[in-house]
Design a protein around this ligand. Sequence first.
Ligand code: GLC
Length: 503
Amino acid sequence: MQVKPDAKTLPAKKKSASKKDKLPEIKIVQKKRIVFLGSEAAPFIATGGLADVMGSLSKALAKNKDFEISVILPLYGNISSEFTSKFEYLTNFNVSVGWRWQYAGIFKYKYEGVNFYFIDNEYYFKREGNIYGFYDDGERFAFFSRAALDTIARLNIYPDVLHCNDWQTAASVIYLKGMYFGDENFRKIKTVFTIHNIEYQGIFDMNCYSDLFGFSESIRNYIEYNDCINLMKGAIEMTDVVSTVSPTYAEEIKQPFFAHGLSDIINRNANKLCGILNGIDVDYYNPLTDTALFENYSYKNMSGKARCKAELQKMLGLPERSDVPIIAVISRLVSHKGLDLIRGVADDILSDDVQLIVLGKGEIGYENYFKGLAASYSGKCAAIITYNQDLSRKIYSGADIFLMPSLSEPCGLSQMIASRYGTVPVVRETGGLNDSIKPYVNGEGNGFTFRDYNAHDMLFVLRQAENLFRDKVSWQKLLEKVIQYDFSWKNQAKIYENLYKNL
Ligand code: GLC
């Protein structure tokens, strides 16, 4: 038997030795450095879901101290001075754009744990109105893509992973993998290229190949497609990992119908393709704290939602009735959002005892259609043809049913936001809608879904939702599930972390 030595019988330790023993162990933890490139990020500049993801995913990742997260963006003239006044100027240099050199000034702003770098060139980015849709978008984003890599070198912030998003930053992958590999610091960088929507590929005339993009001849095969430059195709071919924003969409884009001409390219790169469902910023979209709402509420006490509904009805000139379900559509008014299905059965929908609210702008044909619908069904239907964050959140909170019948939807965030505000999604089973909303059957599920792109199938499930709304007890049970459903980045960001670690 071993006898434990009594503390008193142990020889006294020398003072110096005990001190030494107490020295904390120094662990050198090498942070993984991730640099995101994208053409927009909330809260600085936002025109769509890409901005939400860039802003909220980077913030979620920055919470993990094993990572250092940076985002590089263009310094658009329409970024609010509320932010730009706090930006710190770092340096400037010239960037090669085909046969010319263009000025790039670099500003920095640390926001919610993320290092944001902004590339300043007023000729390219200080423009009136929108941030895209100019005749020289190819040149603008070729400049940005190259300037971003040069920023990394100048500031010596070479990342472990460069994470590029959509066609506007596809050229960065191409420059990095095809032209910067002579530099060992760049050669070591792994790339993730995320497709948020495969419809927009960055297609340009071959005349711009060297003149404007400055691409070298040796990589022409990767970039050329159907006799054009196709930046998205080039990035898919050359990147280490291709990701997209939901598992279902990752499968869908292997088919010609969804891939807008790139299905062959996707299929031959399928071994490096993955789909990761987006999350939303649940601090920003929070009915308990959202100042845009008429009254705040939470899953614990949803009484405020009733007031949100009544005030919304009053504001839009609809009868203030709590017993009628409000169906909301908040969407860009473009065809792949499934608006033709709504058009196909709008009279049927509005023959029910419901109210329909449409918010969004886009193609003129849809804008006029919904304006006309609201005029013919005044007191039942309201159409607000604009993009307005504040109003959108008043509608998310005041509505009962959120209709999103997209023809295709890489991920879709609106169904998650609606859910967060306790509004029940009715969606078509495509892309991220299929991954985020499960049909309500025997008390299970968090919304209503239909499979085929068929107006009457949509009408059928919409009416199921309307009927359930009239069954107060069951509806309340569903609402409690819907509003508590976890669409945060907590789990999704971990999937990205593992992806970066395994690269
Ligand atoms: C694009 C897609 C949308 C997705 C968003 C963020 O806007 O069309 O489905 O939610 O990107 O990834």
